[in-house]
Design a protein around this ligand. Structure first.
Ligand code: THU
Length: 144
């Protein structure tokens, strides 16, 4: 599953705009993300750092949490735009995205016009999931 190129480009542009809001005074590394929901809504996020460094939230999770806080649980793709080279999502963000869309298309924006499309399935091949919480029972789908 991948996104049409024109949609991918629009998402990349939204991620680049979101990167402008990054709060990254400690690392100086700005990241923006744009998450496309099945209903057509686009939720953006940026990294939000903290003087207590470990409390920093990545751009991808900021976007996802914004979507969920607005009642959206179904997604078609995410674009990520960092400063400089193409940057894949960190392990924590892979796991959190996987909760809602294990095969989510992930578009990495480059410094120029180019971008690269990956799948979360490849980035996180064996995610922990709610299935493991219900061994012996029929797993329910908590995201529906
Ligand atoms: N960061 C993200 O926002 N997303 C990633 O996928 C990787 C890292 C942020 C966290 C931190 O504010 C800065 O980049 C440096 O790690």
């Amino acid at each position: 599953m991948s996104l049409p190129d024109d949609i991918a480009r629009q998402l990349v542009e939204a991620a680049r705009q979101a990167r402008e809001y990054a709060y990254a005074p400690y690392s100086g590394f700005r990241v923006g993300a744009a998450l496309l929901a099945e209903d057509g809504a686009v939720y953006t996020g940026c990294n939000v750092e903290n003087s207590s460094y470990g409390l920093t939230c990545c751009a991808e999770r900021t976007a996802l949490f914004s979507a969920v806080a607005n009642g959206d649980h179904h997604f078609l793709g995410i674009a990520i735009a960092a400063d400089g080279a193409q940057v894949p999502p960190c392990g924590a963000c892979r796991q959190v995205l996987s909760e809602f869309a294990p095969d989510l298309p992930v578009i990495l924006a480059g410094p120029g016009d180019e971008h690269r499309a990956l799948s979360l399935t490849n980035l996180l091949p064996e995610p922990f999931s709610s299935d493991f919480l219900h061994t012996g029972e029929s797993p329910s789908d908590p995201t529906s």
